[in-house]
Design a protein around this ligand. Structure first.
Ligand SMILES: NC(=O)c1ccc[n+]([C@@H]2O[C@H](COP(=O)([O-])OP(=O)(O)OC[C@H]3O[C@@H](n4cnc5c(N)ncnc54)[C@H](O)[C@@H]3O)[C@@H](O)[C@H]2O)c1
Length: 375
């Protein structure tokens, strides 16, 4: 299948995104500069493309070097966007690309991870408003004094409730079966962090025959986990018993050397949180490692071996296909609707973080219902 055919197939499976993209394309965005720092996966193509087709000057970088597809970069470039990203780009080149995006003096930022807004907070230049699509980015931006408004798109109930809760869990395990070539039957799966992402990961693990364990800092989410039938344990106590450990906190270095020392022989380690540093892979790689299969690295710890999957990057995206197209349709449609709201009304908000208004996704939900009824 060529990239063009794959894109055509994606478009067939994402009618909602098509409908919202048509409305964005119909705008006149000439003279407007928009910088995107997003996963450069085929599914974000329609989002970026709509803004280019509306006439905006568009600058594209990645929010995560581990999820870049070169064909996506090439395609967006062909549409007229300026792109600075390539698959496997080193950390230093990625940081340069973020600086480059800001040097283009964008008016609007649309991102996943808050890298641009965080940097622009100290030197906003022409930035009028931004939009942040991840919990990790929102958390990072809470720590800075933003001189411009940023709309928190992640907290929209449908995005958080459907995308984070269902899609990551489902695809994490279909990817795991494919990459690790082992099942979850009877395995103790430890989920670290029980937000919507962790909840979905634990639930789908159970559906595939696993025993879900949860380590979570917040007492209310520990209670939720217990009510969902998970074993809730302190991280230190859970690690020696887990066959598979999944981090889903969005924080950095959640699992460090002292935790690795507690892992059982043969344990699998993977991360689905936004940061590629949730597992302290620098600490792990001080031990002898070798790649046994694509995305499967054996690490020889002093007391046994563990398997690091996808180098600790976001597993479902870095080692798998990411979300199924039809499910991502809702996500990308809401993303585009949020972007339209950002362009129309973003600068009118006072500086700082603001929730994206609920109406943005209610309108898309109504459209989804209509399209389904028609289809
Ligand atoms: N892989 C994907 O495709 C994908 C998709 C959506 C979101 N995400 C990312 O997944 C991460 C989680 O998303 P969410 O919506 O569930 O976020 P969230 O912030 O609602 O939940 C994270 C949970 O982790 C807990 N936590 C933090 N540090 C911890 C620690 N040291 N030990 C145990 N628990 C800890 C927090 O208390 C919180 O309950 C974010 O980084 C988000 O950006 C990934």
């Amino acid at each position: 299948m060529t990239f063009a055919e794959e894109l055509e197939y994606l478009r067939q499976q994402t009618p909602l995104t098509r409908a919202v993209a048509d409305r964005v394309c119909a705008r006149d965005l000439r003279g407007v500069r928009v910088a995107f720092a997003v996963h450069l996966d085929i599914k974000t193509v329609p989002v970026v493309e709509a803004v280019v087709r509306a006439g905006a000057e568009v600058f594209v970088v990645t929010c995560n070097p581990a999820t870049v597809r070169d064909e996506v970069c090439g395609y967006l470039q062909g549409c007229g966007a300026q792109v600075r990203a390539h698959a496997g780009m080193p950390e230093a080149a990625w940081r340069d690309s973020l600086a480059w995006a800001l040097e283009q003096r964008p008016h609007f930022l649309c991102e996943m991870g808050g890298e641009l807004a965080y940097r622009a907070a100290h030197d906003p230049r022409d930035v009028r408003a931004g939009m942040e699509a991840t919990g990790t980015g929102v958390q990072r931006l809470r720590a800075v004094d933003l001189p411009f408004p940023v709309l928190d798109w992640n907290a929209l109930p449908l995005k958080e409730g459907l995308h984070n809760r269902y899609m990551v869990g489902l695809v994490t395990w279909t990817t795991f079966l494919h990459v690790a070539r082992v099942t979850l039957y009877g395995k103790r799966v430890l989920v670290v962090g029980y937000g919507p992402v962790g909840q979905g990961v634990a639930e789908y693990a159970r559906l595939l025959g696993a025993i879900p364990l949860v380590a979570e800092l917040s007492p209310d989410r520990r209670l939720l986990a217990r009510h969902a039938g998970c074993e809730v344990l302190a991280l230190e106590d859970a690690l020696p018993t887990a066959h598979v450990v999944v981090t889903a906190t969005g924080r950095e270095r959640v699992l460090r050397d002292e935790h690795f020392a507690r892992l059982r022989d043969g344990a699998f380690l993977l991360n689905v949180g936004h940061s590629n540093r949730e597992l302290d892979t620098d600490a792990l790689r001080r031990y002898p490692t070798r790649t046994l299969r694509p995305h499967v690295e054996e690490v020889r710890l002093p007391h046994g071996r563990v398997y690091l999957l996808a180098g600790g990057a976001m597993f479902n995206l870095a080692a798998g296909p990411g979300d199924p197209y039809d499910a991502f349709d809702l996500t990308s449609a809401i993303l585009l609707a949020g972007l339209a709201h950002l362009l129309d009304s973003g600068p009118a908000y006072p500086p700082g973080l603001h929730p994206m208004p609920r109406e943005v996704e209610l309108e898309v939900a109504a459209l989804a219902t209509r399209l389904r009824a028609e289809g």
